[in-house]
Design a protein around this ligand. Structure first.
Ligand SMILES: [Zn+2]
Length: 350
């Protein structure tokens, strides 16, 4: 799992900014120079080798030239793959810098990191303090990957994206496993009885009342997403080592019986995809394992006796036609989700 963190490089320090812009301009020029040559020589594969008659007069360091060459080759390859006949152009809006340009230095305290960009050419060096950036604090248990992306936005603002990876072994090995069902009118119901996002319906209704793509509409979307994020963070996962959820990738559109009616609602499907993505990210941060199971019939199956029937479920209520078991429909589904995973992965299930 890789997470991205963005550092704003618009210091208001003109000399530094000019250096950075000078580098970006030269790098962009060099990439386009290489694209021209590669396109001309019809080189669309292999590795980038500057000795293939591709020398440039650029003031970039040898490393930066190599990096530009690699990026040029990638661009040409991708253009070729798309079967486009026209020569591509590099806009310079996204520069991939590999580990050789980046050095991370520990500051005076553990929250203090300095990122040093060097070897760019013309002795240009950037030292970026990260303490202003709260993301680094959140990622103290993560390993920073030694590659970065220099990005120029349309409005001219410059950003550096750095990447973090978390090791699998940091995941919890002790604790309980819980099932989670994306709810009917709420965000989710857990097999230990916890419910989250009970105001979700209100948030979604608010969006549908607004004019699409208007300012108020966008504000309502942001509000909904922030609400989902808050609800995820409110989950108490201290005693939990793993969560089992539905694999939405396995939901087939329009397959009767496999998919709940309410999932057909496009907006809601989007919400669940967003929710599960954010849940996955949160689990990475707190070290909880996230497992996914096929959601087929989890809402129609009786968690007590295993009987599957469409009419077992009626909106928010579940009543088994076979054994008479009654429960909240989402709660019943969360138990099925949990059991589906346990049956597959535990040798002995009580
Ligand atoms: Zn039953």
């Amino acid at each position: 799992m890789i997470r991205k963190s963005t550092i704003n490089l618009n210091y208001g320090n003109t000399a530094k900014e000019n250096n950075l812009i000078e580098f970006i301009v030269e790098y962009t020029k060099t990439v386009n120079f290489y694209i021209d040559k590669l396109w001309e020589k019809q080189i669309f594969s292999g590795r980038f080798l500057s000795k293939d008659g591709l020398q440039t007069e650029s003031w970039l360091s040898e490393r930066a030239k190599q990096c530009a060459g690699k990026q040029a080759l990638q661009i040409v390859k991708s253009q070729r793959k798309k079967k486009k006949k026209t020569k591509p152009t590099f806009s310079g809006s996204s520069i991939e810098l590999d580990s050789r340009f980046i050095e991370i230095q520990q500051g005076n305290n553990s929250f203090d990191i300095w990122i040093k960009l060097s070897s760019l050419g013309k002795k240009i060096i950037f030292i970026l303090p990260s303490k202003k950036h709260y993301h680094f604090n959140k990622f103290t248990n993560w390993v920073m990957k030694k590659s970065a992306r220099l990005r120029v936005r349309k409005d001219g603002e410059i950003y550096l994206d750095v990447y973090f990876a978390k090791k699998e072994k940091d995941k919890k090995q002790e604790g309980k496993i819980i099932g989670l069902d994306c709810g009917y009118k709420k965000l989710a119901v857990l097999s230990d009885g916890v419910r989250i996002g009970e105001d979700l319906e209100d948030k979604i209704e608010k969006i549908s009342r607004k004019k699409q793509k208007g300012k108020a509409f966008n504000r309502a979307l942001t509000e909904r997403n922030e609400y989902i994020d808050r609800e995820i963070k409110s989950l108490d996962l201290k005693e939990v080592k793993a969560i089992v959820a539905e694999d939405l990738k396995l939901v087939k559109h329009g397959t009767k019986g496999k998919i709940r009616k309410e999932f057909n609602n496009k907006l809601q499907r989007w919400v669940y995809r967003y929710f599960l993505n954010r849940l996955e990210q949160h689990c990475e941060v707190v070290g909880v394992q996230l497992h996914k199971v096929d959601p087929a019939y989890t809402s129609q199956r009786c968690s007590a006796c295993g009987y599957i029937h469409r009419s077992n479920r009626n909106g928010e209520k579940f009543k088994c036609r076979s054994c008479g078991y009654t429960a909240d429909a989402d709660y019943n589904a969360s138990l099925n989700i949990l059991n589906r995973w346990l049956q597959k992965h535990m040798v002995s299930v009580q």
